[in-house]
Design a protein around this ligand. Structure first.
Ligand SMILES: Cc1ncc(COP(=O)(O)O)c(C=O)c1O
Length: 383
């Protein structure tokens, strides 16, 4: 088979099972509205959960940062790319979350890949929740360590795997809030089981940080758990992009030696670190945004309970409505789009076969009327 045949076959297969992915050009897409081809949609697909992406203080911090430092970092952090703006933001993060150190990465995907590549050796075992994000599972599959996956949120299954004999070390991985189901992990029990087995615990709180707990400190803080490695990302509640790993002094020093994504990749622009510092200030002080989001979640769930679609047990901004078949999910998303609502149909392989869904994401930028209008449209489209 030639390369071209292989590519053609893969594309044909995606088209045949309605899972062919495309991108669309947007004029706006992160906030309450998505604007495309001169049409404005109410946006229920944005991860900007607190509506910070367009916050005046954050935008102006980025602009001022660009004026001070230029638009790029100039290189890897190990060469010229580590600026005072990065250091300041890392310190703010470490203080906020109660860790000795924070290290910035250009994305959550890169952070997860870097951690597993830097830590896991051949004799080790990585034990990850089955629904872990692609960045974690892919990194684990590429690592020389053995990968075992435990049934979603099943602490007994995790314990069974941790108890199996191994010559190497064990790393348990889970998330604060799961990206496709919106549910939370039982972090205290997972932390205890991992500690009992002398394993290392890594928690990716991409969807919990900023949104959950006092001052938005996230899922781990709320459940009073301090994983050895806490990954937080800035493309969601922070409204920007990038990520950080919170850890001990020695772990940070180790990562600075062995995490190749830090060493061989251009550091994030310092102006972005300025914007992130400003976003963190808003997150810490602006409880009203979290309260509005919670009210929107409650309003949506109360209304969606009347729909003939399965609502998942999620108390977070991610509210999936299970449709089942791919084609039905795509059709429903298209029908809603005609009525002015932007929602993503999520299909396998991102989610298990037979669980294609509309992934509704709610934000603090939505008004109660926005939620009611969406519920009405969903009701009409599924009658
Ligand atoms: C749980 C989780 N981890 C990591 C990532 C990747 O983060 P980033 O978008 O910063 O690469 C995502 C992104 O969607 C995610 O949902």
């Amino acid at each position: 088979m030639s390369w071209q045949q292989r590519i053609d076959n893969a594309l044909a297969q995606r088209r045949a099972n309605d899972s062919f992915r495309t991108r669309q050009v947007n004029l706006q897409g992160g906030g309450r509205y998505l604007v495309q081809n001169a049409t404005r949609y109410l946006n229920f697909s944005s991860n900007d959960y607190l509506g910070i992406g367009q916050h005046a203080c954050v935008v102006s911090a980025w602009q001022q940062g660009a004026e001070s430092y230029g638009v790029g970092s100039g290189g890897s952090g190990h060469v010229t790319g580590y600026h005072e703006a990065h250091q300041r933001f890392e310190q703010q993060l470490a203080d906020w979350l109660g860790y000795p150190r924070a290290l910035l990465f250009i994305s959550g995907f890169a952070a997860n890949q870097a951690l597993l590549a830097a830590l896991a050796e051949k004799s080790d075992r990585i034990i990850a929740d089955k629904l872990s994000h692609a960045s974690l599972l892919e990194a684990a599959m590429h690592s020389p360590a053995q990968l075992r996956r435990f049934a979603h949120n099943d602490v007994a299954a995790l314990k069974t795997l941790l108890a199996q004999p191994t010559e190497g070390l064990q790393l348990a991985i889970t998330e604060g809030v799961f990206s496709m189901d919106g549910d939370a992990a039982p972090l205290a029990e997972i932390a205890q089981a991992t500690r009992d087995a002398r394993g290392l615990l890594m928690v990716d709180d991409a969807h919990g940080i900023g949104v959950i707990g006092e001052e938005g400190r996230g899922s781990c803080y709320q459940q009073q758990v301090k994983p050895d490695l806490l990954v937080v990302t800035f493309g969601k509640a922070f409204g920007v992009s990038g990520a950080a790993v919170l850890c001990s002094e020695s772990m940070a020093d180790y990562l600075l030696q062995f995490a190749r994504h830090l060493i061989y990749s251009t550091a994030m622009p310092p102006a972005q670190a300025c914007a992130l510092s400003a976003a963190l200030e808003v997150i810490r002080r602006d409880d009203a945004r979290r309260a509005t989001l919670q009210a929107n979640i409650a309003r949506f769930r109360a209304g969606a309970a009347q729909l003939p679609l399965r609502l998942m047990a999620s108390q977070t901004a991610i509210q999936p409505l299970i449709v089942g078949e791919n084609q039905q999910a795509v059709h429903l998303a298209a029908t809603l789009r005609e009525r002015g609502f932007w929602l993503a149909a999520i299909r396998p392989p991102t989610v298990p076969p037979g669980t294609a869904r509309l992934r509704v994401t709610l934000t603090a930028s939505h008004t109660p009327e926005d939620i009611d209008r969406l519920l009405e449209a969903l009701y009409d489209a599924t009658r």
